[in-house]
Design a protein around this ligand. Structure first.
Ligand code: SAM
Ligand code: SF4
Length: 330
């Protein structure tokens, strides 16, 4: 496999594609209560444009795609899109990140569609706290999605953003899920991507503090080897079926092995989560460029990639990080 290597010697193999900026929740760390100003429909990449982009990237060595958003399952046509992606030779892994509100009834289709794993966002096991965080009373539907994922044996990661004053009491109950469930529970540092729904941090829960909290209840928790290009520090509690990950998303400890690209719903091509987009792929496709010219443009961008999230943030032209994560995809 000829895989494109960036200017820091990192092979690029993974695309995170945000298929929509629309969402049916209003998680306070992601967007303000009134929501964000959605991109007008004609400015969104079409499914056909997304498929063509993925085919081009697969020819450049990308073999793993994660569909994210916004909430992927609110965009009409996603199941047909998944069907098309499943036909692409060389695309080894199709994964999805979802909030789980609409997902449970679709899970029986996942295996046939080649979906290799699902990241389900769940910050709490308490219905009232779920409402306080997401501003919607949808806990039961999300839990049904979790149960369906288990029933159909779809490898699952539960993503939980740890926020002081909101859900730190959930760290241990979430970790307890790994006792009997074959699931990876991942605790994520909060990042400032909240669509200007800015809020005061009472106390920042970084990865060290999260680990210390876990150690109080589980002194025997031990480190697992981290897979290559992993964004999480991985652990297991003795005797538990599942595993625990801690993602230092704000501290940015994982940039040295970063193998990922991002494309936003309106086609901004990002070589780092913290950059403000290096070009717009939708514009290139709509200008009528052929695949070779688009490939050349992507290659170019990868030869000027920031070393890490701090450098990318410093190079931004549109100011401080404040866009909603639903326009980036996490
Ligand atoms: N709507 C889907 C979901 O929530 O799973 C997919 C998109 S969401 C933007 C992707 C991930 O980003 C979720 O796991 C969410 O918890 C995480 N996220 C959103 N805003 C964040 C923030 N400010 N800091 C850390 N993680 C965030
Ligand atoms: Fe929607 Fe996901 Fe953002 Fe929550 S984190 S508002 S579910 S896009």
């Amino acid at each position: 496999m000829n895989r494109v290597i960036d200017n820091h010697g990192r092979p690029i193999s993974y695309l995170r594609l945000a298929v929509t900026d629309r969402c049916n929740l209003r998680c306070f760390y992601c967007m303000p209560e009134e929501g964000i100003k959605y991109v007008p429909k004609p400015h969104l990449l079409t499914w056909e444009e997304m498929e063509r982009t993925i085919r081009i990237l697969v020819n450049m060595g990308v073999d793993k795609v994660r569909l994210t958003g916004g909430e992927p399952f609110v965009r009409r046509g996603i199941m047909d899109f998944l069907e098309e992606l499943n036909k692409i030779d060389g695309l080894r892994q199709i994964n999805i990140t979802t909030n789980g509100v609409l997902t449970a009834p679709l899970i029986p289709e996942f295996q046939r569609l080649g979906i290799k794993s699902v990241n389900l966002s769940l910050d709490t096991l308490d219905r009232q706290r779920f409402f306080d965080i997401t501003r919607r009373d949808e806990f039961q539907n999300v839990w049904q999605t979790f149960e369906a994922l288990q029933e159909y044996n779809i490898p699952t990661k539960l993503n939980s953003v740890v926020m002081s004053g909101k859900n730190t009491d959930d760290i241990i109950p979430m970790a307890e899920l790994t006792r009997t469930h074959n699931v990876s529970v991942r605790f994520i540092e909060e990042m400032p991507f909240n669509g200007d729904g800015a809020h005061e941090y009472q106390e920042f829960w970084n990865y060290r503090k999260i680990l210390e909290e876990l150690k109080k209840t589980y002194p025997g928790i031990y480190k697992l080897p981290d897979p290559p290009a992993s964004t999480s520090y991985n652990y297991q509690i003795p005797g538990h079926k599942g595993t625990i990950g801690i993602i230092a998303a704000f501290s940015r400890t994982f940039c040295g092995t970063c193998n990922r690209l991002r494309i936003t719903p309106q086609g901004q091509f990002k070589t780092c989560l913290y950059d403000d987009g290096v070009f717009n792929i939708k514009d290139l496709l709509r200008q009528g460029l052929d695949d070779a010219s688009v490939t050349e443009r992507i290659y170019e961008a990868l030869q000027h990639r920031a070393k890490d999230g701090f450098e990318a943030e410093a190079q931004r032209t549109v100011g401080l990080v404040s866009e909603s994560m639903s326009t980036i995809g996490g």
